[in-house]
Design a protein around this ligand. Sequence first.
Ligand SMILES: [Zn+2]
Length: 134
Amino acid sequence: METNLTENNINELTQKICETCHQPILPTYYFCPNCGAKINSTPLATGLGTQLGIYLFSIILPLICFLFITRWPGLKYFRSKDPKAKLIGEVAWTLLILSTIIIIWLAYAYTQGLIKSVNDSLNAANLDMSNLSF
Ligand SMILES: [Zn+2]
């Protein structure tokens, strides 16, 4: 009974194994104490404030011409093994794609409007010209 408990405790404490040197490590470690390798599963923040920040960032990223794409955490979250973080990544991707489509559509609509108004003024000028010539 006592040995079982101890084994359980050890299993609980050594759930993770370093990907570099394959030594058991504590799940709370960010770096392997044996070889110093960075442990990939550094927990990603999944708080509501963080989520809103990521979503807002995803929406405005196309507006600022993807200038800060390297700071966009969507890919990191999307690749996460933590299902909650992964879900945030998926939502971030969806928002980014939707926002991009909307921005492109707005730019297209704006350009079309601009072309139409230029055409209208050209037509008006043509009418003026034909009025003048007769
Ligand atoms: Zn290691």
